[in-house]
Design a protein around this ligand. Structure first.
Ligand code: SF4
Length: 668
């Protein structure tokens, strides 16, 4: 079916040189890619299609889907959900793109009842529960005097028209937020005296009126798991940052239990030493209190004992160990938790205050979830899951944090059944969905091989704006010691030519540290991921133009530093997953069973996608110029290196000579 002609014309006009966008945005430039994407998205919605659109950096993909989605929603009285991975993008949509969209519609279709209604949806724990907050105050449910002072200040914010949404509070709340935020198990719904004025339900009412709902992948999946009961019914979905969907789903449908989480839960029932926790505010007989305290104390000890056994399974501290079969550890927590739950239920007085009763029920439910989670972990019997133990020693804690985790190996079937088959139209978009210009990898991982695709190149002129440098004289990354020594020397030289202004991306914190120890730190300010919050680090990096940022993991994607501060991007190693990563191991095993070769079918495409994400940090607008230095020579010496090179912009010039960097920056 062809798309409605008048609508097609309208979309073309909006993204043309006659566009009203010129009067809205100072630096708007017409982009054919943006127009093509908008038309395809509209068409996919009209034709009930699933569409994957890769839109290179600079296409302006947010507006390219927001406009057609809004037109379609209005035309057909439908609701569309937009899901992102990062808060950064969610904020950009709310604070910038939606406002531009509204302005376009106001200027171009003023008589058409086209005002778009958008609602942002946060997880329930982000909303203040007025009843729980009143209960904390009435019953004095504070664990420390600091919490009391903190709540007083927070209350002032609420009284001063604070939104009741915790992330909008200008300060960071401590664990107090767990006591005053909404908890579905602890909600009285219409029976609550605060219902008409409830922050959560007031927001929820807005969700039902909205044409566009904006949320994140995690909450989207929580809604799927809850049988689509959390969010209002919607008719189509746009997944932005769709390249992260598989990973989020794999972890979402697994679990994550850690020793300190259980200790905290036990303390929130009762901590006799601090006389805090719920039981400190409930009258019970001395004998009952003693019995429960004894069980809590036994539970603390048993948790420590069991988690120490889990940790002892890991041969190297601060690493991960995959659990392939039930570990030889007795489940000593189960019976204590059952006794504790029974005692708590028996201790409940008939005339217990309603609010405290709800708090108690919620704590019991969480105990039960931990009990079941640990049991599942010890059985480790789901063939489509991987299980592992992970430890993390923090300098400020005496005992390490020990995690019991699981994740799904393959989400394709689940995603197809629980998501794809529920909606006729789904749009998946990102700047990086293809490997070697081919969508097969992501389509296969999400189980959507019959989906349509559209590949839109970045409008940037990489031939003039960028340069790729590969120093082939460096040792192979496999010769670890020599590699890092030579990398450090090479980085020193690169930074001299680039005058700092560089982001160096590493594949692990260990390699970051090894290189940092060896580089010359006398000429530039070095910023290191982990030493400050991401926000502060990025702020310093942008402000102190010559500074050099060493980062790993999350900095490979999502960060946006246009301008001079990021003129040089250094990719130290090709970003292959570490071979002993539990989920990677599970995926490789599964692929081998299907007689597929894991390296070419998973490890390589996955690394190429991450590499492209990293590369995308360099050029953020048409004025940016910069050099990308890949210190891992396998990109040109190994056969598979072609997959990385071929995934970069076609006209990107490549050099093996460091002098070319000097020449490149000499024309600044
Ligand atoms: S309705 Fe539920 S979430 Fe809202 S204030 Fe009452 S108990 Fe809290």
């Amino acid at each position: 079916m062809r798309i409605n002609n008048s609508m097609e014309k309208f979309i073309e006009t909006v993204f043309s040189n006659k566009s009203s966008l010129y009067s809205i945005l100072d630096n708007y430039e017409e982009r054919t890619e943006q127009r093509d994407m908008a038309k395809s998205v509209y068409q996919a919605l009209k034709e009930n299609c699933r569409l994957f659109v890769e839109a290179g950096t600079g296409v302006g993909k947010s507006l390219a889907y927001l406009l057609p989605v809004s037109l379609w929603a209005k035309e057909n009285n439908k609701k569309v959900l937009i899901s992102t991975y990062t808060k950064i993008l969610q904020n950009q949509l709310i604070k910038k793109d939606i406002l531009i969209l509204k302005e376009i519609l106001r200027l171009t279709r003023p008589d058409n009842n086209n005002e778009i209604n958008c609602a942002v949806i946060f997880g329930q724990e982000n909303y203040i529960c007025r009843r729980r907050l009143a209960s904390v105050l009435n019953h004095g449910l504070f664990d420390t005097p600091y919490e009391f002072a903190e709540l007083e200040e927070f209350q002032k914010w609420l009284d001063n028209n604070g939104s009741g949404i915790i992330p909008e509070y200008p300060k960071t709340l401590s664990r107090l937020s767990e006591k005053i935020s909404r908890d579905g198990d602890n909600c009285k719904f219409k029976k609550c005296q605060h219902y008409d004025n409830c922050y959560y339900f007031r927001a929820r009412n807005e969700w039902f009126k909205a044409d566009l709902l904006i949320t994140n992948h995690f909450l989207f999946l929580a809604n799927v798991e809850a049988g689509y009961m959390i969010l209002p019914k919607f008719d189509a979905v746009v997944f932005d940052e769709a390249h992260r969907l598989e990973e989020v789903a794999a972890n979402f449908f697994g679990f994550d239990i850690y020793n300190f989480g259980i200790h905290r839960l036990l303390n929130s029932i009762h901590n006799p030493m601090a006389n805090s926790g719920l039981l400190a505010h409930i009258e019970t007989s001395n004998a009952t209190q003693r019995d429960i305290d004894k069980l809590i104390s036994d539970a603390h000890q048993t948790v420590d004992g069991m988690f120490t056994q889990f940790r002892n399974l890991i041969p190297i501290q601060d690493s991960k160990l995959r659990i392939k079969r039930p570990p030889p550890i007795e489940n000593s927590i189960d019976s204590i938790f059952v006794s504790l739950i029974t005692s708590l239920l028996e201790s409940k007085k008939e005339n217990l205050d309603d609010d405290l009763d709800l708090e108690m029920k919620s704590l019991i439910k969480r105990l039960e979830l931990y009990r079941k989670g640990i049991s599942n972990f010890l059985e480790a019997d789901d063939k489509n899951s991987v299980y592992w133990v992970e430890s993390n020693t923090l300098t400020h804690r005496k005992t390490p944090i020990i995690f019991l985790k699981s994740a799904l190996i393959d989400i394709a079937e689940l995603f197809k059944k629980k998501v794809a088959e529920k909606f006729q139209s789904i749009i998946f978009t990102s700047a990086t969905l293809t490997v070697g210009k081919d969508f097969s990898f992501i389509k296969d991982r999400l189980g959507l091989n019959d989906a349509k695709t559209q590949l839109l190149q970045s409008p940037f002129d990489y031939g003039k704006q960028a340069l790729l440098f590969v120093p082939t004289e460096l040792p192979m990354p496999t010769e670890e010691k020599k590699f890092y020594q030579n990398c450090a020397l090479m980085i020193d030289k690169i930074l001299t030519f680039s005058k700092g202004r560089a982001l160096a991306l590493f594949t692990s914190y260990d390699s970051l540290q090894k290189t940092y120890d060896l580089v010359d730190k006398s000429k530039f300010e070095f910023l290191i991921q982990g030493q400050e919050s991401t926000f502060e680090l990025l702020d310093k990096f942008k402000t102190d133009i010559s500074s050099v940022l060493f980062a790993t993991q999350s900095f490979w994607q999502g960060i946006d530093v246009p301008g001079e501060a990021l003129s040089c991007l250094i990719i130290v190693r090709l970003p292959f997953d570490v071979p002993d990563d539990p989920r990677l191991e599970g995926i490789c095993e599964q692929l081998r069973k299907k007689e597929q070769e894991p390296f070419s079918t998973f490890q390589l495409p996955n690394a190429v996608l991450r590499f492209r994400q990293g590369f995308g940090r360099l050029i953020r607008n048409k004025k940016d110029r910069g050099v990308v230095c890949v210190l891992d020579k396998r990109i040109v010496t190994r056969d598979y290196g072609k997959s990385f090179i071929y995934s970069l912009p076609k006209n990107l010039p490549m050099t093996f000579s460091i002098e070319a960097i000097r020449d490149f920056f000499a024309t600044d």
